[in-house]
Design a protein around this ligand. Structure first.
Ligand code: ATP
Ligand code: MG
Length: 381
């Protein structure tokens, strides 16, 4: 007898002929997440299993974060020949539970000496006789003892939801514009969840934003990297660009021009990284640079699609999401972002593209971009 985790995958089910490729990738992701010398991950009868771990709770916490997993069940695997022993084990697994229960048997071994209804009734009776706190309710039970008769017998009660989505690496790569705020980590998580590998780009305005603000961004990136299977973070020096915009451009356009620089630089980093799209945490109307007109003025400077998964989200819903994915607390640390340095009093909310281009034409855009690209620091997580 041994304890193991039964892993159920989600949308991969829909993948027809490509399913084996997705399964192989998901197994690889689970192996990386578990990363313990003695753990074993394998596939049998279309099911994934993890065993050989030393800490069950730690392993569950790691596996449930892997994108592509629908749920994880802590289970016991045992010899199926002695049905009395199987019932006794099932009964022990339910001894701390109260309320109603039923037994649900599945039998892929059609030669087993009991069929599913017989397993249900015999095991149900055994559990009932040995657990005075439990009653039977086959229609709407509070607990279900699941029994699967395969090569071995498998028993489980608990079904722990997984992260859902698709395994990372199944859907290309994108560059996330990662600030220290609440929105961008959530945006990155949502896209990574669809199987997209991430790299991150952070604009850093030293000394206006200091070491601690950089450390905060790296902390957010580390949290994301757990689900996104690692990440390269590109720290782009942004002070000179911001100073020049501040000194030379009309104040109402400075934020918009700064955003256009961010997009151009992220596009270049994406090019170097082989990323096919950009991701931002923008949401319509959240601030002046996120009106429809402003978004149109920033999109035109890049050659890749810009994914904005939060575009229709209210801030309060984004906060709920950030809490769920464990980034909220870090995002709330008080260190400044470069966006909050040099903010004009009255940023333009309905910019026209031609006027924006004229406003930034006083700058040597190419030279500034080139210099910033040369100064990038890359941190591998
Ligand atoms: P967040 O949107 O992440 O909460 P924020 O509200 O401070 O941070 P906004 O001003 O809303 O940032 O910026 C919109 C988007 O631009 C961010 O979601 C992020 O994708 C990108 N961005 C802003 N500042 C930076 C930065 N310093 N480095 C990288 N990307 C940034
Ligand atoms: Mg924001």
């Amino acid at each position: 007898m041994r304890e193991l985790l039964m892993v159920r995958y989600g949308e991969i089910y829909l993948k027809g002929q490509n399913r084996p490729l997705f399964m192989k990738l998901l197994m690889k992701r689970i192996r990386e997440a578990v990363a313990q010398r003695d753990s074993k991950v394998w596939l049998s009868d279309g099911r994934m299993y993890v065993a050989g771990f030393t800490d069950m709770q730690e392993t569950i916490a790691r596996v449930t974060k892997v994108f592509g997993i629908h749920s994880v069940c802590p289970a016991v695997e045992m010899d199926k020949a002695d049905f009395e022993a199987v019932c006794s084990q099932a009964s022990r697994m339910m001894k701390d539970l109260n309320g109603s229960f039923k037994v649900t048997a599945r039998r892929s071994d059609k030669n087993y000496f009991l069929d599913s209804p017989q397993i249900n009734s015999r095991m149900g009776e055994y559990i009932l006789n040995h657990n005075p706190n439990l009653t039977v309710d086959v229609k709407n039970p509070q607990h279900t003892m699941n029994v699967e008769i395969r090569e071995f017998a498998y028993l489980y009660v608990e079904v722990i939801p997984g992260a859902g989505g698709m395994p990372v690496g199944s859907n290309g790569k994108a560059a996330l514009l990662l600030s220290g705020g609440i929105d961008s980590p959530v945006a990155g998580y949502m896209i990574a969840k669809r199987g997209v590998e991430l790299c991150a780009v952070h604009f850093y305005s030293f000394p206006y934003t200091g070491e601690r603000s950089k450390e905060k961004v790296l902390q957010l990136a580390r949290t994301l990297a757990i689900s996104s299977c690692g990440m390269r973070v590109h720290i782009v020096p942004f002070t000179k660009i911001q100073m020049q915009i501040h000194e030379k451009c009309s104040p109402e356009y400075t934020t918009l021009i700064m955003r256009r620089f961010m997009m151009r630089l992220a596009d270049r980093v994406a090019q170097q990284e082989g990323a096919q799209a950009l991701i931002t945490g923008e949401s319509i109307g959240q601030v002046a640079s996120q009106t429809m007109d402003a978004l149109c003025c920033t999109d035109v400077v890049v050659s890749r699609p810009v994914f904005r998964p939060l575009i229709g989200f209210d801030k309060i819903d984004i906060i709920d999401y950030a809490v769920k994915i464990d980034t909220y607390e870090t995002s709330c640390l008080p260190y400044e972002d470069c966006c909050t340095v040099f903010t004009p009093k009255h940023p333009i909310t309905h910019p026209k593209l031609d006027k924006t281009q004229i406003a930034e034409s006083v700058l040597d855009i190419e030279a500034l971009i080139e210099e910033a690209m040369q100064g990038i620091e890359i941190i591998e997580l």
